[in-house]
Design a protein around this ligand. Sequence first.
Ligand SMILES: [Fe+2]
Ligand SMILES: [Fe+2]
Length: 205
Amino acid sequence: MAPNKLPLCSKTVLRAHPKSVEIQAYLSVKLTAKRYHHVLSVQEMAIELARCHGVDIWKTSLAALLHDCAKWMNREELFSAAARYELQLDPVEQRTPALLHALIGVKLAEEQFAVADLEVLEAIRCHTTGSPLMGTIARVLYVADFAEPTRTHEGVDVVRALAYTHLPHAVHHVARYKIQHLLEKRVMIHPDTLHTYNHTFADAE
Ligand SMILES: [Fe+2]
Ligand SMILES: [Fe+2]
């Protein structure tokens, strides 16, 4: 029985599923303790949001667990993996290695964990930059990654408050805070982040 069909689809039930156990074993070895804790925190918030917004809880949990599965790679490893997977990097990705962990995370999810679900893979791919085309599971992960309980940066309270009541509005605020942060750091901004901001602008008026 798929975990989301179980009568009580709690965090504990989801984490005890053999696929989750396999992924958690990998992450607990590859990621720092702080990053692994973040991943579990994202999963917890994403499960709550999935339940709230009526999307598949198992797929959402899987996407949340896997979203940072390539985060252990350093700059050289990221570019090497991108070349190995023949990823076509756009000009911003070529200059921003931090963006590559989402793209390579998709490949690891497919290859190492046999994930083929397009909604799960889309959510992993879009979790950093966003996308105007994101489905609800991807939106849930985008927001949970930004606003999970251990996050303390600017904007988390606003996004947490909106996440359960108006998801598109929450997505808009995440994009806005990311754009502000990137401008302050004087680094490039991926077009998908700008498109996400513009696409959800009307939702925030
Ligand atoms: Fe990430
Ligand atoms: Fe993350």
